[in-house]
Ligand binder design. Structure first.
Ligand code: MCN
Ligand code: SMO
Length: 788
């Protein structure tokens, strides 16, 4: 067997919306987060962060801070440098400029909020008081506050990044000039997507305890990637990996922000080792806004050439990403623009593609992963342009998409960027969305509203999502990383099932859905299965990122369960006097396939394995557990579409989202309720990104949105009713036919909202290409149109 083998799982519990077992703990506040960890003798960390965007550190005087009450230790960059050189983020790609991010700045600080010094004290309050006594002498140097400045001024944002250029890529460079020359319609735009923060409800946090007698380093981390963090601690601190355990009690949301190795995590380990006492760091909300990773800020200069019938001839895209001062590990600056151009034509037949991406360093917080990684911005630009082309040709937005989407007979279809699309229900998605919306009726309503001075708009977006990301998908995206997960499945003597997994849950409900998978693998009820997750001592895994957990959960559990099933079949065959191949597990029984009456309860067969040697076939190995790895044989693509109806108040510039729609095809759903919860959450974030959220830096590189009063997250008041429909095209690459979907709404719902705003204003000749479409921007655009 190979790690890509697809074991058979017959859906039974899969497909049902059983309640989430994590909810009683979450809803009653009994589930612990990092800030709930209290260890005897624990000390607390406060971090001094740079008040300037760019400077040379002349001196850091810690003497007064060290003399403050309760202070156990104070360090600056000079103290840390001999212990750890910093986080080296490199990629084996031609032209990629690696960066080293020190845990505490040494000679240079490169953005507001970069850590300069740290204090450890008996309480957080004492640590914060001591921070105020630290005397820092930082000589300010010129700031690179924008992409334009990065590319024109000659000032370097980070002395180690020549010309401020971290990466330039032109992997797809078809000659598109003929296509553009021959086009009946060319639509183009310059789309700005904002710098946003994933803003998880629980901020980052890390507790470390080093037991000097045993050498054990135990860490409690709010992370999506515990196994990765464990290995990175070992490598960066040259610490024996077998003596590290990373525990994730419950992660209060991550959305990509916690899918990195953060400098603070290594720093807290060093402090715990140095002090021989447990050390805790909890990020506050302000730190989260200016120092946890930012995301998505980029400009897509895109053009689409279309013929008279509305068929796409070519697409051109030039993406410039404002990536901040360093690369985050492991995703680097490539996480946005570069991934984006590789998926930019996604579900459409586009015969020619010329795409270029550059990523530049600025004196801003480094960007990192955020739900919809790479996809959100180019999808928004593409879908808004498709709507514009439809208007120019007098086609409906559904019709133009129908004419260009990949059809059944095109499969497998390889995009110009080299993405092989094996399956997808693209046309069915469009038809379904059109029916849900009631397109004709909407246009009539839009017309009559307009006569009353009200501006309604409809936007739609079609996507496919690279889900269940493993080695194949990572390599396609130019991350030369091999990834697999393992799970261990054990049948207990009483017939209950214990599964250990490397998957860590950040709110997705894996303890429930993975139990459903394991239940179906053995034909037992889900309540007979327990999922153990949350510690690196359980199993290995790449982490809960890139919509991979459903796929990897099903793959690892499916394969490990198959090994244990074979043992159950061997015993049952002997007891029932049948051949092992004839034995099946279902309905809590182990029985002869075509004769369910000839069977034994699952628990009896399990018990026989442990307690009745006489039932064992010759040479039987009674290890009733197995560990298996999984990594899909090819890229697992889910697909779907979104739509939004908005109303724009042209007198105030205010946009209200009236209703949103989603069609999701993630293959077979494990738990439809959880899938719908994922969609709703992502759609709320889409409303935030397109209408509200923006991290704003001024010309000096000062972040001016440092509270949630300035950085506007969507609330229940901003998120409308959401109607959801499902298509189910099972994947052949994954046990149970499952595909991932955790990012889908942030991949394509932003495009739907942006398209709806543009549709509402099209009759005024107004286009909106800069987001968020705040009242100020919309109002100004309408006023500009009225003047001309
Ligand atoms: N699921 C299902 N049937 C399917 C596919 C998925 O029932 N066919 C379920 C899964 O079992 C899982 C959930 O839906 O409970 C999402 O599954 P999947 O698509 O595999 O994504 P992951 O579990 O790997 O979660 C990661 C994904 C990402 S990358 C981001 S970013 C994001 C997201 O999940 N962050 C989240 N959703 C989030 N939801 C919450 N509450 N918190 C976050 O931080
Ligand atoms: S941004 Mo999700 O953690 O891949």
């Amino acid at each position: 067997a190979t790690k890509a083998d697809v074991a058979n799982i017959r859906p039974q519990s899969i497909g049902t919306s059983i309640p989430r077992r994590e909810d009683p703990g979450l809803l009653t506040g009994r589930t612990p987060y990092i800030a709930d960890i209290a260890l005897p003798g624990m000390l607390h960390v406060a971090i001094l962060r740079s008040p300037v965007a760019h400077g040379r550190i002349v001196g850091v005087d810690l003497s007064a801070a060290r003399a403050m009450p309760g202070v156990e230790l104070a360090w600056s960059g000079a103290d840390v440098a001999p212990r750890c050189a910093g986080i080296m983020a490199s990629l084996d790609q031609k032209g990629f400029v690696a960066t080293v991010q020190p845990l505490l700045a040494q000679e240079e600080v490169c953005f507001i909020g970069e850590a300069i010094a740290v204090v450890v004290a008996t309480s957080r309050a004492e640590a914060e008081d001591a921070l105020e006594k630290i005397d820092i002498d930082v000589e300010e140097i010129p700031v690179v506050a924008t992409v334009d400045a990065a590319m024109t001024t000659g000032v370097l944002a980070n002395a180690k990044v020549p010309a401020n250029l971290v990466y330039r890529s032109d992997r797809v460079t078809d000659d598109v000039s003929d296509a553009f020359g021959a086009a009946a319609v060319v639509v183009e735009g310059c789309f700005h997507t904002p710098r946003v923060s994933a803003s998880p409800m629980e901020t980052r946090g890390f507790v470390a305890r080093h037991e000097w007698t045993t050498g054990q380093l135990t860490c409690w981390a709010a992370t999506q990637m515990p196994s990765f963090i464990k290995t990175m601690i070992a490598i960066h601190l040259q610490f024996p990996e077998q003596q590290i355990e990373v525990i994730t009690p419950q992660v209060g949301g991550g959305f990509g922000q916690k899918a990195h190795l953060h400098p603070e995590e290594l720093l807290v380990c060093l402090l715990a080792i140095e002090l021989g006492r447990p050390v805790r760091w909890i990020e506050d909300r302000q730190e989260n806004l200016f120092r946890a990773t930012h995301a998505k800020q980029q400009v897509n200069e895109m053009a689409l050439a279309v013929d008279q019938e509305g068929r796409f001839l070519a697409l051109r895209d030039r993406v410039t990403t404002d990536g901040g001062a360093y690369n985050s590990l492991p995703w680097t600056h490539l996480v946005e623009g570069h991934c984006g151009i590789l998926v930019v034509t996604d579900p459409y037949r586009v015969p020619a593609l010329a795409a270029e991406t550059i990523s530049v360093a600025t004196n801003k917080c480094p960007i990192g992963a955020y739900r919809g990684v790479g996809f959100s911005a180019p999808t928004l630009a593409r879908e808004v342009l498709i709507d514009r082309a439809a208007r120019a040709l007098g086609l409906s937005p559904f019709e133009i998409r129908r004419r260009n989407l990949i059809r059944e007979e095109d499969l497998p279809y390889t995009t110009r960027a080299g993405l092989r699309i094996r399956e997808g229900s693209f046309l069915a998605t469009v038809d379904r969305l059109e029916a849900m919306i009631g397109y004709e009726a909407f246009r009539e309503r839009q017309e009559s509203a307009r006569r009353e001075g009200r501006y309604l708009g409809l936007g739609i977006s079609i996507f496919s999502e690279i889900s269940g990301i493993g080695t194949r998908a990572l390599n396609f995206l130019d991350f030369p990383i091999t990834s697999h997960d393992t799970a261990t499945v054990r049948v207990e003597p009483t017939g209950k099932v214990t599964v250990t997994t490397g998957i860590v849950t950040a709110g997705q409900g894996h303890l429930t859905t993975l139990a459903q998978v394991a239940a179906d693998a053995f034909g037992v009820p889900a309540e007979d299965v327990t999922i153990l997750s949350g510690s690196t001592s359980h199993a290995v895994g790449f982490g809960t990122v890139a919509s991979r957990s459903a796929v990897f959960g099903a793959g690892t559990i499916g394969r490990a369960a198959e090994m244990v099933r074979a043992k159950m079949r061997a015993i049952a065959a002997r007891l029932l006097q049948a051949a092992p191949e004839e034995i099946e597990l279902s309905g809590g029984m182990v029985h002869v396939r075509d004769d369910p009456g000839r069977g034994l309860p699952f628990a009896s067969v399990a018990g026989a394995a442990y307690f009745a040697e006489g039932t064992h076939p010759e040479d039987f190995d009674p290890t009733m557990e197995a560990t298996a790895a999984f990594d899909p044989a090819d890229i697992v693509l889910a697909n779907g579409g979104h739509a939004a109806i908005v109303e724009v108040d042209v007198a105030t510039g205010q946009v209200r989202v009236e209703k949103m729609f989603a069609v999701e095809d993630c293959g077979r759903m494990i738990n439809p309720m959880i899938v719908e919860g994922q969609i709703r959450g992502g759609m709320a974030q889409a409303v935030g990104m397109v209408l509200l959220e923006e991290l704003i830096y001024d010309d000096n590189g000062q972040l001016i949105t440092t509270t949630l009063q300035d950085y506007l997250l969507p609330t229940a008041l901003d998120v409308p009713d959401i109607e959801i429909a499902h298509l189910e095209t099972p994947s052949t690459l994954v046990p149970g036919g499952i595909k991932g979907m955790g990012e889908s709404a942030m991949i394509s719902a932003p495009a739907a909202v942006a398209g709806a705003v543009n549709d509402a204003l099209a009759c005024l000749g107004v286009t909106i290409e800069q987001f968020p479409a705040s009242p100020r921007r919309v109002f100004a655009a309408v006023a500009r149109a009225e003047r001309t």
